[in-house]
Design a protein around this ligand. Structure first.
Ligand SMILES: [Zn+2]
Length: 476
């Protein structure tokens, strides 16, 4: 592992999140999360590893290597020889780049659909007592046996560097012995502590971290009692991630104090991120956000945060590539200015032939960021989704689907009529300047992919404006 600088984050985790989120070629008709681990999946992840390792990430946390919703009840038949070989290929690819893969473990929540179908005695319950669709129940000791078998299988046969515990993303059990007794936070603390203790007892060197997704209802914060429960969990794990999809579970005003008391590191997912869409054309959007990443990571670091699960995506998309390349470098040295980091990564990936063109392209990335994100308005999100400005956003807000979905990132509450008009003008101004940059870079087609993204985005904005009858956007 690389030597850490003094103002570097300790846990620099590239968060996949799922195996096909990083692929270069889309899966236009596949519902999320697509389960296949084919050569294109491997190629996309390997390209991403190149960018991640050069940027200083230490782990690639990637889900779906073995299963998505359903491990087989015997666990060991999850893999055939071909898939086993592919997983080992990825582990080797990470290793060759000085990184480790991290195992995504859906502790009682993700991955148990077939198990609870075959063995209904481990099925959890909803708050109204009805059977839970995904979660196992901790009142039956057999549930933990399944978790233990998955851990034993994965960690004894594959060289993972860490384990990401995610116990509540698909919900958890509310029976009188589980969340019905301890509350959602208390129950999740209990099952994560038990799982972390088991991993650490057999593999003390593995980095174990827990994410608190779904522990708190949307827009709510942790109560004092719940914070105390989590503080106790801190002694059993390496890092707690309060990612910040839409606000943080620990209010930012109390964060510094909470981190000081926590017995492990605290992290987020970097303030703002695009969750990629595997059904979409990979060069149909251009959404760099390096300045916003730098600001959020600096603030979190000052509050004592030392972990980041930084979202990945297809590096064939020029905005995503630079977000990852710059994000990892900022995590490795939070004191750096975003313009300076951008300048470095553009030098690396675009190989400018002169300083004027280099400077111009840095300015274009900054302008593209402002062109979109400066149009986000708190009151629009309050009105549309009943939320503050989100941390996570998507191209198509629906996530699920079986064809490339609508461009919801271009409609309310992300952009209103004025926002679309302003974003359109910003994209046009960049599109006008790109031709003069041609021939000034050895960029391997990146500038042309940016150009294509802008053309497609403009077409989508105009289509939305046409349907909505927004003449001022159409003529803008
Ligand atoms: Zn239960």
């Amino acid at each position: 592992m690389r030597q850490r600088k003094t103002n570097a984050y300790k846990y620099r985790i590239a968060f996949g999140a799922w195996i096909n989120d990083m692929r270069s070629d889309p899966l236009p008709l596949d519902n999320w999360p697509a389960p296949q681990l084919d050569n294109e999946t491997i190629s996309g992840i390997t390209r991403a590893l190149d960018v991640q390792s050069a940027a200083g990430f230490e782990f690639l946390d990637v889900w779906g290597l073995f299963a998505t919703y359903a491990w087989p009840p015997d666990i060991v038949s999850a893999l055939d020889q071909v898939r086993r070989g592919k997983i080992n290929k990825l582990i080797r690819a990470a290793d060759e780049r000085g990184m480790k893969l991290s195992l995504g473990l859906g502790t009682y929540s993700w991955g148990f659909d077939k198990i609870i179908e075959a063995d209904p005695s481990v099925r959890g319950k909803n708050p109204d007592g009805s059977p839970h669709a995904h979660a196992m129940c901790d009142a039956n000791p057999k549930s933990f046996e399944y978790v233990r078998k998955i851990i034993d299988f994965s960690l004894s046969q594959f060289d993972f560097g860490g384990v990401h515990l995610e116990s509540c993303d698909l919900g958890c059990c509310f029976c009188p012995n589980c969340a019905g007794k301890d509350g959602v936070v208390g129950y999740n603390v209990r099952i994560n502590q038990k799982t972390a203790d088991y991993i650490k007892s057999k593999w003390p060197d593995k980095t174990v971290y827990v994410i608190t997704i779904n522990w708190v209802p949307p827009l709510k914060h942790l109560s004092k009692e719940e914070m105390d429960q989590i503080l106790a969990l801190g002694k059993h794990i390496d890092c707690l991630f309060d990612q910040g999809h839409c606000g943080y579970h620990v209010p930012e005003s109390e964060r510094k104090d909470f981190i000081r008391k926590l017995g492990c590191a605290y992290g987020t997912s970097g303030g703002l991120w695009l969750y990629p869409d595997a059904r979409w054309d990979r060069s149909s959007y251009f959404l760099p956000y390096v300045t916003r990443t730098a600001t959020a990571l600096k603030k979190l670091y000052e509050d004592g945060g030392r972990g980041c699960m930084y979202y990945q995506g297809p590096v064939v998309n020029p905005g995503t590539e630079i977000n990852i390349a710059a994000g990892g470098r900022i995590l490795s040295d939070v004191g750096r200015k975003p313009e300076e980091v951008l300048s470095e990564v553009i030098e690396l990936y675009y190989k400018p032939r002169g300083s004027a063109a280099h400077k111009k392209l840095v300015e274009i990335f900054l302008r593209a960021e402002e062109g979109y994100f400066s149009q986000w308005k708190e009151e629009l999100f309050n009105k549309g989704w009943g939320t503050p400005v989100p941390g996570e956003f998507k191209l198509d807000h629906h996530l699920f689907g079986t064809s490339p979905g609508p461009a919801t990132f271009l409609v309310e509450p992300c952009l209103d009529t004025d926002g679309r008009l302003a974003y359109k003008k910003s994209l046009i101004s960049i599109l006008e300047e790109l031709p003069e940059l041609r021939g000034h870079f050895a960029d391997n087609g990146r500038l042309e992919r940016i150009r294509r993204s802008l053309i497609i985005t403009l077409k989508m904005i105009n289509t939305i404006a046409y349907v909505k009858g927004e003449s001022k956007v159409l003529s803008g």
